[in-house]
Design a protein around this ligand. Structure first.
Ligand code: FEO
Ligand code: CA
Ligand code: CA
Ligand code: CA
Length: 642
């Protein structure tokens, strides 16, 4: 970068304690850009209930009222949207008996009376049936052949049967292992040896595991597969796209690129691969200062690096994670990417797709846009950080036919939400004079995408988490919370925003354009004290019928544990399908092709404390709780959410 100045940005972040960083890993602000494009805040109608109680048609009117439409196509869409909304009303998409608020917050889950669940692949389960059994704490060698911890984003890749149809009973589950606190993983507060660090590193990453249904109504279990594999912090990886041959990801030591970490949410491509997203990678680095005194660069500060990280202590035993070790300069630039994995080829090297930019990737939602170009929507989950999208240069099939990944050539954009309900996608390109004045190359723009987005005055959001595209092409994004917001704007209308909201927008030119219209879909605070109570929306999926599944991660109100809820595009009724266990987070959502089986995750049950819960083991007060996947079916065999 042209004006590399040290520590321009006040690196205020907490050097979070070893004990409580886990639930608070996004509780820092690294955006000091002062982007406040909407200081003259226009009053927004926060009364969702008033807006939506009038029914879907009123909601639609709300969507476009008073806007200068950026594109005629959107006006035409309005008709379509009206029709679809009345269609939804007629079909009564959601008919199950919700779990009442009174079911509350126990040490075991509660599910709707119309549904049932079973537990699959707790942390430490052998990756294949005859692999090493779980023992606590695990050895590094065993952990590399077992399911990791911190179950998060995932996707079920159905096996193709001989007739070409996708199976609903057998497939590969690709699952992220976001994080595991050291006390939970190792049974001690801090690593003492490199072996301890390796256990922790092997507990992170991704599992590709074969699963199949043995019984008629349930009975899912792990099966053998040549494609099963663990990808962790020490697995060789490749780089692809504009940054692949850049000096920015070379170290003086010349070590080959290894690993993926803090894999939060995920996505999948039309060509059948899994995309895992690196979120709070900064927390695994620290500075021993034994090699040289470490002072963060501006870029390091903007990405939240600090002397102690999140307290994992890896840097004290593994030089790769020591920011003060000159031999490993730039190692940190190798993290913060979207990584592509082939779930049906264990020999494939996981590939970091640099065209999608480097930031704290929550997840990625892929949709096929105009001219069959690939569009990837992505949130950067930190207070006051941004929403991005990537658009491939050409038809994805043509690109693949020509031997080019559709995720390697294209443009990256960042979102600006205007006060009047319109928005713009700002291109992150070195061709822009504002960026050219600051950066040397497109490689720098992508590697330091946060700094580039700051300069374009993107809209600082209240922690963008998951994105999901609805069947009518509306794009939904959860904004989980932001207790430090002091100035509201139309897109982030609460200051502080303690409980989060969900926004939705629609792009011009079938996702490939640079304009959009947007509206607030739900504000969590407005559900409190009602049977629809939820806070901190995080996981999100809109199914092909328009059901909106919401998963929560944070302190719920009204005495609730974290939960899975279902609503529709009107948002007028929110039904609770599942409540997790005390101290957990509900995350990860994927289904079999017929949508009769759903997989969701229970992450950090009891925050790892056996005095809180022993789930999924019977409650005995001593057994260590284990992150796990929950398999949900409807008792009548119906579509999940119905
Ligand atoms: Fe890993 Fe933003 O949740
Ligand atoms: Ca999340
Ligand atoms: Ca979260
Ligand atoms: Ca989490």
């Amino acid at each position: 970068m042209k004006q590399e100045t040290e520590c321009l940005i006040d690196n205020e972040q907490a050097v979070e304690s070893h004990v409580d960083f886990a639930n608070d890993h996004d509780n820092q602000i690294d955006n000091r850009s002062g982007n406040k494009p909407f200081n003259d805040f226009l009053k927004t109608d926060l009364k969702r209930r008033n807006l939506l109680k009038g029914g879907a048609a009123a909601a639609v009117t709300g969507f476009v009222a008073g806007m200068s439409l950026p594109n005629e196509a959107i006006a035409k869409d309005r008709d379509y949207y009206d029709k679809l909304a009345s269609h939804w009303r007629r079909r009564r998409l959601i008919n199950f008996t919700p779990v009442p608020v009174a079911a509350g917050n126990g040490p075991v889950p509660t599910i709707s009376d119309d549904y049932q669940y079973e537990v699959l692949i707790p942390w430490g389960t052998p990756l294949e049936p005859h692999g090493p059994e779980f023992s606590y704490p695990p050895t590094a060698q065993d952990q590399a052949q077992q399911i990791g911890i911190g179950h998060d984003g995932m996707h079920f890749f159905a096996q193709r049967r001989r007739n070409g149809r996708e199976s609903n009973r057998r497939g590969m589950l690709a699952i992220n292992h976001e994080f595991g606190r050291t006390p939970h993983v190792l049974g001690k507060a801090f690593p003492e040896t490199i072996e301890d660090v390796r256990v922790s590193q092997h507990a992170h990453g991704v599992s590709i595991v074969a699963i199949e249904q043995k019984g008629r109504y349930g009975g899912w279990q792990v099966s053998d597969s040549k494609d099963a594999r663990r990808i962790h912090v020490n697995t060789p990886v490749d780089f692809s796209g504009p940054v692949a041959s850049s000096e920015l990801i070379r170290t003086p030591n010349g070590n080959i690129p290894l690993g993926t970490v803090n894999n939060c949410s995920s996505g999948y491509t039309p060509w059948g691969t899994y995309l895992t997203c690196e979120e709070n990678f900064n927390g695994y680095f620290g500075a021993s200062n034994t090699a040289s005194a470490w002072v963060p660069t501006e870029a390091q500060a903007r990405y939240g690096f600090s002397e102690d990280g999140f307290g994992y202590g890896w840097h004290l035993f593994d030089r790769r994670f020591d920011l003060s070790d000159e031999d490993y300069r730039n190692e940190e630039n190798r993290f913060g990417w979207v990584v592509e994995i082939d779930p049906f080829d264990a020999t494939q090297t996981p590939t970091k797709r640099t065209a999608l930019g480097r930031f704290k990737h929550e997840g990625v939602e892929i949709v096929v846009g105009q001219d069959n170009r690939i569009v990837a929507y992505m949130g950067d989950d930190q207070r006051f950080d941004y929403i991005y999208k990537f658009v491939s240069d050409r038809d994805w099939r043509e690109m693949r036919y020509a031997g080019v990944s559709p995720l390697d050539e294209g443009k990256l954009y960042v979102a600006r939400f205007n006060e009047d309900g319109t928005g713009e996608w700002l291109e992150l390109t070195i061709d822009n004079p504002i960026l050219a004045a600051r950066f040397e190359s497109q490689e720098e723009v992508l590697t330091f995408a946060r700094l580039a987005a700051d300069l374009l005055e993107a809209t600082p959001m209240d922690r963008p988490e998951w994105v999901s595209v609805a069947p009518n092409q509306d794009v939904y994004c959860t904004l989980t919370n932001n207790s430090r917001r002091t100035v509201a704007d139309a897109a982030n209308p609460l200051a502080p925003n303690n409980d989060g909201h969900i926004i939705r927008w629609r792009d011009t030119s079938k996702h490939t354009g640079t304009k959009f219209v947007w509206e607030i879909f739900l504000i969590a605070e407005q559900t409190h004290g009602t049977e629809e109570s939820f806070s901190d929306p995080d996981g999100l999926w809109v199914d092909p019928d328009g059901r909106v599944f919401i998963q929560t991660d944070g302190g719920q109100k009204d005495g609730l544990n974290n939960q899975l809820l279902v609503t529709d595009a009107t948002g007028s009724k929110i039904s609770r399908l599942f409540i997790g266990v005390t101290g957990d987070e509900i995350t990860g959502i994927t289904v079999t092709p017929n949508r009769r089986t759903m997989f969701v995750n229970i992450q950090h049950p009891g925050n790892g404390d056996p005095a809180v819960t022993n789930f999924p083991a019977p409650q005995d007060g001593v057994t260590v709780p284990r992150d796990c996947t929950i398999v949900i079916t409807r008792k009548n065999g119906g579509i999940i959410g119905s």
